[in-house]
Design a protein around this ligand. Structure first.
Ligand code: THU
Length: 124
């Protein structure tokens, strides 16, 4: 999981976050061993902003990936240290769409299961 966190840190270098100055990187590990990375991509209208996690999922799903093992997430203010960064509620719901309850969410210092971060999640 340390390797996945390193890939998330590298992805974070491309974060486009001129409004919040909070830079996030994510690295999503598939069952087949492939990793898809993402960074946050902000927008002047704010609500079109994409979180790093959803960028990584969008890349993976659009390449045909279906089985996911874990995602690493790192975040922090521009120019500062990275700190433990847990996914926002929207990203958790997206994870719930594509991942099983034992999917792992790795932050710096702590790893959670999706079940822990999205108990009683909505589904149709
Ligand atoms: N952000 C993420 O990329 N992932 C999260 O899980 C939390 C928030 C981004 C969105 C926005 O660009 C910035 O962090 C501040 O909210």
């Amino acid at each position: 999981m340390r390797d996945l966190l390193e890939l998330a840190k590298t992805a974070r270098e491309n974060a486009y976050a001129p409004y919040s100055n909070f830079l996030v990187g994510a690295a999503l590990l598939c069952k087949n061993g492939k990793v898809y990375t993402g960074c946050n991509v902000e927008n002047a209208a704010y609500s079109p902003t994409l979180c790093a996690e959803r960028v990584a999922f969008g890349k993976a799903i659009s390449e045909g990936e279906k089985d996911f093992v874990a995602i690493a997430v790192v975040g922090g203010k521009r120019g500062g240290e990275t700190a433990p960064c847990t996914p926002c509620g929207v990203c958790r719901q997206v994870m719930g769409e594509f991942c099983k309850p034992d999917f792992l969410i790795c932050t710096e210092g702590k790893t959670y299961s999706l079940q822990e971060l999205l108990p009683e999640g909505f589904s149709l």
